[in-house]
Structure formats: structure tokens, C-alpha cells
Design a protein around this ligand. Structure first.
Ligand SMILES: Nc1ncnc2c1ncn2[C@@H]1O[C@H](COP(=O)(O)OP(=O)(O)OP(=O)(O)O)[C@@H](O)[C@H]1O
Length: 236
């Protein structure tokens, strides 16, 4: 059976500047693939190209075996949910309105994070950054996509909440969701992932199972990710 998403030789960038050079990647239904790498490696750029926000320079992209070159909204209709690194919520609308706009099932989306229950009528702009992130994750999952493409899902979330968010994504993957994830918390992301890829300067320099990545995490940090610890960028 064809993978949900298959990119071959993907090259993309901004204007005349090429940032991503010949990336091959696949995501199957039910699996979580995490893309790791240092700042500026081209991870976000890769995701933008995969979801149709940024045109590719060359390479092929297939969605469930069919060539895919439509813009973001067309890919959303096909079942791709994208959570960008930057703000992904409508600040003047209430939490419930945000969930309604994004998801077919707002009540189901709200149930993803029970702590949002007391804030459903509030404008999202009045919530903390972490709560706003929860709204975007809830909205994305509530739409029941086939593929979730998420850039720094844990952005602005307290560590305990990161564990819950990633755990919720794992549950969705076990129910058949395919996930392509860029995440600065390498250790936590690998704990819920099936496969991992490391990108440096726009090229995939390491690929393997999440289990293999966890087993060589010190080496991966030393060689590619930087040795930052704790809450710092790309730290564990
Ligand atoms: N809109 C843009 N216009 C021009 N160059 C850009 C743009 N966005 C990103 N870049 C450049 O593309 C390169 C890759 O950036 P990208 O954001 O994809 O990296 P990243 O791996 O996601 O890093 P980070 O973890 O810091 O988000 C960087 O050199 C960056 O400066």
C-alpha cells in the first residue's frame, strides 16, 4: 500500500535561495515521524513545502500514491492538518469559535484538553501562549485529519503539558493518524515516535527508528543537534 505521504528529492527555499536539498521522506498511516535538527536546518521549510504553503523547486510529492501539488487549502481538504510554528489561532474569536472554524466536531476538540473547558467563551487572545497552543492542537486533532504536520507542537507549553500533548498525538496515531513532527524536545518526541530523521543544512544526515535514535541520543546531540540540555533549543 502507498504511504500517506511520500516526498522524493524535495528541494525548496525562498526566492533564489535554496534551503532544502533533495529530501526523501515517507509517513505511513498510524506512524509518527519526527524531524530533528539544529536551528536553521530547514525543518520548518520542509514542512511548509509538504503542506503546500511553499512551492517546491524540484522533487516529487505524493499523497496516498497520487501526485500532490495543490495549495494548503486543497491539501487540508484531502485530510492534512498543519500546525505552523507561528500563531495558529484566530485571536479575536473565542476558543469555541476557533474550534468550530477548524474542526468538524468542536465538542470533541474541546475534550482533548479538559483545561480549556473553563475558557470556551473567552477570546483566544486573552489566553496564555500555552493555552493558545492547546487550542490549535485541539482544533487540528478535532478535525480528524489523516495526516498531522506539526511544527514545534510543544511551543509555549509547560513540560508536563508537553508530555500530555505528545501522549494525545500518540493515541491519535494508534487510531490511524500519520504524523510528521518537528520538535525541539528531542527526547520527549522520540519517546512517542516510530521513526526519526535528522536534518542538517537542508539535508537528511541520519534516519532510523525512534528506538535507534534514543539509543544513540548522546551521539546525535554531539554530532548534529548540539549538546544543549534542559529547556534550551533542541535540548532533551
Ligand atoms: N521566509 C523566509 N525567507 C527567507 N529565508 C528564510 C525564511 N524562513 C526561513 N528562512 C531561512 O531558511 C533556513 C531554514 O530555516 P527553517 O526555519 O526552515 O529552519 P528550522 O530547521 O525550522 O529552524 P528552527 O528550529 O530555528 O525553526 C534558515 O537559514 C532561515 O534563515
Amino acid at each position: 500500500m502507498s504511504p500517506l505521504l511520500e516526498a522524493r528529492g524535495l528541494c525548496t527555499g525562498y526566492g533564489t535561495i535554496q534551503v532544502v536539498h533533495g529530501v526523501d521522506l515517507t509517513v505511513d498511516a498510524g506512524e509518527i515521524v519526527v524531524l530533528l535538527g539544529p536551528n536553521g536546518a530547514g525543518k520548518s521549510t520542509t514542512l511548509k513545502s509538504v503542506v503546500g504553503e511553499l512551492p517546491s523547486i524540484s522533487g516529487t510529492l505524493h499523497w496516498r500514491g497520487q501526485p500532490s501539488d495543490g495549495p494548503l487549502h486543497a491539501r487540508a481538504r484531502q485530510g492534512i492538518s498543519y500546525i505552523p510554528e507561528e500563531r495558529a489561532v484566530l485571536m479575536r474569536l473565542s476558543v469555541m469559535e476557533n474550534l468550530r472554524v477548524a474542526a468538524g466536531r468542536p465538542e470533541e476538540a474541546a475534550a482533548v484538553f479538559p483545561e480549556l473547558a473553563n475558557h470556551l467563551a473567552r477570546p483566544v487572545g486573552q489566553l496564555s501562549g500555552g493555552q493558545q497552543r492547546m487550542v490549535s492542537v485541539a482544533a487540528a486533532l478535532g478535525a480528524r485529519p489523516k495526516l498531522l504536520v506539526a511544527d514545534e507542537l510543544s511551543l509555549g507549553l509547560a513540560p508536563a503539558i508537553v508530555t500530555r500533548v505528545l501522549g494525545r498525538v500518540r493515541v491519535a496515531a494508534d487510531e490511524g493518524l500519520g504524523v510528521l513532527l518537528v520538535e525541539q524536545h528531542a527526547g520527549q518526541a522520540l519517546a512517542i515516535a516510530d521513526r526519526a530523521m535528522v536534518m542538517v543544512r537542508g539535508r537528511i544526515v541520519w534516519a532510523g527508528t525512534a528506538h535507534e535514535a534514543l539509543a544513540s541520543i548522546d551521539e546525535l546531540h554531539e554530532l548534529y543537534l548540539g549538546t544543549a540540555e534542559g529547556g534550551s533549543q533542541n535540548g532533551r
